[in-house]
Design a protein. Sequence first.
Length: 309
Amino acid sequence: MQDLVFKREIVHQLKSRLSEPRRFIQVITGPRQVGKTTAVNQILEEWQGLFHYATADLPAPPQPAWIEQQWETARLRAKDNQPVVLVLDEIQKVSRWSEIVKRFKDILLLNRVEKPALLRQLFMLAAENSGQIVSYQKFVGQLMDAGNTTTLAHYQRLLEGACLIWGLPKWHGQALRRRASTPKWIALNTALITAIAGVEFADWRKDASRWGRLVETAVGAHLINTALGTGIEVYYWRDNSKEVDYVLKQANKLLAIEVKSGLFKGKHSGLSAFVQKFPKAKTLLVGQDGISIEEFLSHESSYWLKKCF
């Protein structure tokens, strides 16, 4: 008869977390001898991917360099870009451990950035222009530090990797043309916009254009954040004066999404034009006369794709 092994709820919760797109470090805390290490070992026994486990529970507390050594060991175990789970047990015994871990997630320390001021300026401009389609050439004209479009494209990828801003490509139907398109900038958290704007909430609501872009950003950020790691691609679409705010693509499924903040009235001509050009596409209206903003934000991108097809 097979022995039954008791597993705490935290085991199932952590397994679920590890299956999600990588966003956060998972920290397990609690009193001594309550089963934290046991729970982690139970997860690793069933884990199908790569992992590296190390413990700082040594006769003499390890130096901060120990964390760097374990980090590099995990990186060396990676094969064909497969993710590696790094488990550091009893990490609190390493002095300045949080400082060391933070350093491994810092953009300026992890990547070669020749012009940090230019990177910061790009972030500010992208946040200020969130929800708008702005070319690199126009940004170059507004930057105080000298730069070129190739440098800006590189810094854009760094900011995307840090989950700060995203440059949505235009949907053409052809991959080559999508890569060369002018990006639509989306701040991945609306707090990034409001924090640097210095505008009171009441003033946001009074300005129809400003409020509309904030609502559109909230929807776009939600789509991008929940699509990461799922195989769902997010785009925008424009053809002359016709525009669709967001386009979701997964395999042969194509979903056009239009966002209405409730402050503008008029026909949704962008959706009609999109379907005329891509007849197999489905459409979804979010906001006024459609799915409420609250309901839309309560479900992930994959939910709406399944719902519409």
